[in-house]
Design a protein around this ligand. Structure first.
Ligand code: IVH
Length: 675
């Protein structure tokens, strides 16, 4: 056999294996994009080397033969597939081909543009207005009888009032993203297998022997086609068909549009690409169809797909690639996070060569081993993840991966203690931890020191100039000039930026110090409660716990942090360097309510709700929507909320009349409470 015919034979067998996994077992092995690539290669080779058995090739057929579990159903009209366009050029070429065959100007042609839902195709048959049969696509000619299951789908009408004769409505069965998430949550709780994606979940739910199982799943059906629509429904275009289907009680894509001309058509497909993550269902492309049914007949179909329609496939969000190695990175708290080093692969338009693996258990759960072929997923702005391994039965795998026992940066021990999911480098002098601490200290949300990024920080540590974040403030221009790539001008700029950071408020410093569990919100709550860092450091645990916005976990973490010997020393050095250890008051208004939570219920005469809240916040207070034991007082306006009053009374929180509101703002206190 020649190389080409050997490759063709291999591709046919491989594609058949994947068809079986996808269509019969609802458990695909490969991402769609990798599968499409195999099919494209097979088509290319078959075109270049014609052979008599080409019609039996999986490239020439649709789907898979029906499963013997279900009764076969012959479709009245074949259920075809769609040809794919992968970019604007493919779309334009298709539109021009269609227009040329019709002898008309492509810019005058009307196109229906619809979402390409990632579900499974279904044909529903009505006789004299009554649902009598429903079938999957199968191999396009014969599908599987899933009538009992389809009867349980809420969005499938069981009767069509006022449509006589025989009607075949076709569309897509799918699970909305939210229903998919709920189903997998349930599967997890029951210890059952989770579904890889909404399409598989929908297919697995519909192709059930027991319709009661289907009934438990929140399947939907979206209609987009009717066999012989002109005679059956008296409509002559896709736009009119969708409108008619909606009046008959079917769900149709609300985002479908009819547009005129090639540019508008391309723009509409791009709209779907830009909004794919905002849609309630998973889409893998947009479908473009010639709108006018009489033009469709003139264009015709091949045995596999209509010539009058095309699917614009969006950049795949899942691809396979090779897992080269698994490495471990050390964070500022010493946490050791495993990550995958991948053979670079383009996913959703960007190249991915690394992906976090979170922790030891996640690697074990997915049984990832260096050398494996893995599925990588990157959806929207979400960081890339390794979904799982593509197991090739013909290939031996490497040994299971085990978490290193020593820190890759300092050689110190890595420890995982008790119930913790995470592993830590416990060497307090680990340079990798220090590097991440300095980078965090200088970052935007912390002290915001311009010019102090990871590279510069690494240089400073390497040169021995920084052993603790407090060392930053004693850096001089002369120290920095000795560093590679730092001329006098930038050295002066960096020293200036560091010196300016001394004036940052206490809340930012608290973030910069990296106190566990303390984010910007808790940092502000702490900084506005205490006048200075010294007061915060001296506060008893109960006082920390009493602050609004500071729970017991944060309080305990802060309490422990400020008492650790390294922190005591660091804070003394920061104080000596002249770092602001207080929250400066930015308002000229007296901070009479500083750190106090004042709840307002009902209307205070002379104040809108917003104005009353703003008046409290301007004076350093907060104005939460609920009463708690930490509430300073409740101001009772006209028509107050009964539940707030009841709660305040139960907790012993003072109730203050609206007539005292002005006095409260001015003095921070009241003369009398009300009962
Ligand atoms: S039209 C002959 N419209 O995509 C017309 N198909 O890859 C063929 N699909 O088999 C179908 N959304 O299962 C059409 N708005 C849409 C669709 C859609 C999803 C599916 C359908 C089809 C497959 C082809």
């Amino acid at each position: 056999m020649s190389d080409a015919s050997e490759r063709v034979a291999w591709l046919r067998a491989e594609i058949t294996r994947h068809n079986d996994a996808y269509f019969v077992h609802d458990a695909p092995i490969l991402p769609d994009a990798d599968y499409d690539e195999l099919v494209r290669e097979l088509r290319r080779l078959e075109a270049a080397h014609p052979s008599p058995d080409a019609s039996r090739s999986p490239a020439a057929t649709v789907g898979a033969p029906p499963d013997a579990t279900f009764q076969p159903v012959r479709h009245a009209e074949a259920m075809l597939s769609l040809d794919n366009a992968f970019d604007e050029g493919d779309l334009r070429a298709w539109a021009e081909r269609v227009a040329r065959s019709l002898g008309i100007d492509p810019d005058g042609l009307a196109f229906a543009v619809e979402p390409k839902i990632d579900g499974l195709a279904l044909s529903i048959h009505y006789d004299e207005g009554v649902l009598t049969q429903a079938a999957t696509r199968g191999d396009g000619a014969t599908g599987e009888d899933v009538t009992a299951n389809v009867r349980t789908v809420a969005t499938v009408p069981s009767s069509l009032a006022a449509v006589p004769g025989r009607v075949d409505v076709r569309g897509e069965v799918f699970l909305a993203k939210s229903d998919f998430a709920e189903l997998n949550e349930l599967q997890r709780r029951r210890g059952d297998r989770e579904f890889a994606n909404p399409r598989n979940a929908a297919a697995g739910s519909l192709r059930q022997k027991n319709a009661a199982v289907t009934a438990e799943r929140a399947l939907s059906f979206l209609a987009y086609q009717v066999v012989d629509p002109v005679n059956v429904l008296q409509v002559t275009s896709q736009g009119a068909l969708l409108a008619k289907l909606a009046t008959l009680g079917f769900l149709v894509a609300a985002e479908a549009r009819v547009v005129v001309g090639v540019d508008a058509m391309i723009a509409q497909t791009s709209w779907f690409e830009d909004h794919r993550h905002d849609l309630p269902f998973e889409v893998d492309g947009a479908v473009v169809k010639v709108d006018d049914f009489s033009l469709r007949s003139a264009v015709g179909s091949t045995s596999r797909a209509p010539r009058w329609a095309i699917a614009r496939k969006f950049p795949p969000e899942e691809r396979t690639t090779r897992l080269l190695t698994i490495e471990v990175s050390i964070g500022r708290t010493g946490r050791a996070t495993p990550y995958a080093v991948l053979e670079p692969v383009v996913v959703a338009g960007s190249t991915v060569s690394m992906a976090t693996l979170h922790n030891e258990d996640q690697v074990a759960l997915k049984d990832l081993r260096p050398g494996d072929r893995v599925v990588v997923r990157k959806a929207g702005d979400v960081i890339p993840e390794v979904v799982g391994v593509v197991v090739d039965p013909a290939q031996d795998r490497g040994a299971p991966w085990s978490f290193p026992t020593t820190c890759p940066e300092c050689g110190g021990p890595l420890e995982r203690v008790g119930e913790e999911r995470d592993t830590y480098c416990v060497n307090p002098n680990c340079p990798a931890q220090l590097l991440q601490q300095v980078v965090h200290f200088a970052s935007r949300g912390a002290l915001d020191i311009e010019g102090l990024g990871e590279q510069r920080a690494a240089q400073l540590i390497e040169a021995g100039l920084v052993r603790d974040v407090a060392d930053l403030f004693s850096l001089g221009v002369a120290d920095l000039e000795s560093l590679d790539g730092l001329a006098a001008v930038s050295a002066t700029a960096l020293v200036g930026a560091v010196q300016r950071a001394k004036a940052q408020p206490l809340s930012r410093l608290l973030v910069a110090l990296g106190v566990r569990h303390v984010g910007p919100v808790a940092a502000r709550a702490l900084a506005s409660w205490f006048e200075t860092y010294q007061q915060l450091a001296a506060a008893p645990l109960v006082e920390l716990e009493a602050i609004d916005g500071v729970g017991p976990v944060i309080a305990a973490s802060v309490y422990q942090f400020v008492r650790s010997p390294e922190v005591v020393e660091r804070m003394a050095r920061l104080r000596d360097a002249g770092v602001t250890l207080r929250e400066p008051i930015t308002s000229s208004i007296d901070q009479t309510l500083r750190g106090r939570a004042v709840v307002v219920t009902g209307t205070v005469p002379g104040f809108s709700r917003e104005a009353a809240e703003a008046a409290i916040v301007e004076r350093g207070g907060t104005s939460p929507g609920t009463v708690s034991a930490k509430t300073y007082c409740v101001v009772v306006g006209d028509a107050p909320g009964a539940s707030k009053l009841t709660k305040a009374r139960a907790l012993g929180v003072p109730l203050v009349g609206a007539d005292e509101f002005e006095a409260l703002l001015v003095s921070g206190s009241w003369r009398a409470t009300i009962a």
